[in-house]
Design a protein around this ligand. Sequence first.
Ligand SMILES: CC(C)(COP(=O)(O)OP(=O)(O)OC[C@H]1O[C@@H](n2cnc3c(N)ncnc32)[C@H](O)[C@@H]1OP(=O)(O)O)[C@@H](O)C(=O)NCCC(=O)NCCS
Length: 186
Amino acid sequence: MNAPVDVTNIRIETDRLILRPWRQEDLEDFYEYARVDGVGQMAGWQPHASMEKSQAILDSFILEKKTFALELKGSGKVIGSLGLETQGRNVGIPEELLGREIGYVLSKDFWGRGLMPEAVNAVIDYCFSVLGFDYLTCGHFVRNNQSRRVIEKCGFHFLTEYDFETRMGTSERVKLYILYNPQKVR
Ligand SMILES: CC(C)(COP(=O)(O)OP(=O)(O)OC[C@H]1O[C@@H](n2cnc3c(N)ncnc32)[C@H](O)[C@@H]1OP(=O)(O)O)[C@@H](O)C(=O)NCCC(=O)NCCS
């Protein structure tokens, strides 16, 4: 079952990042990385063609309260997002267990420095230790080796795979992984 989530009052610090709710002032930083070719397509969406597009998505981030902004410490700049998404399909997880699916995107300028594993590990720790989730899932398109590596490095285990219709009107094969809360007896 999807766990309740509200990031409004959550702030998570890692060595290099602050994870916190999105704000209207983040619009330019968001557009700066979301407009770049080859970023959103790996997650199933087209590069933002205008700042209005970024504004609309930013409004939904603020309204839905399930997505963190990834702020680079020391600069105040937002360089990515990490969402705790609902799982729409039945992937065989027992209904009584509470969890969410992690989704993420990082500015291309910052790829390859281990920043997303750092953010994901901090969110895993928070969701398990503070929010008491039973599990987290995370998935990637089969062609997305960068995301596969993040998932592997964060200790997830393969769960299942399925076809997914993207917002771009394309179909992608998804591999979905799961991590159970080790603090909970199963
Ligand atoms: C997936 C993503 C978040 C990874 O973040 P990151 O902080 O760069 O992660 P890492 O630094 O751990 O790098 C992960 C892998 O990417 C690869 N990589 C790193 N820099 C790269 C670059 N500039 N170009 C291509 N691949 C690169 C490496 O193979 C690395 O694996 P390794 O640690 O085994 O060498 C980032 O690539 C991204 O935002 N991609 C676009 C959106 C996306 O795919 N979202 C996920 C949807 S499921």
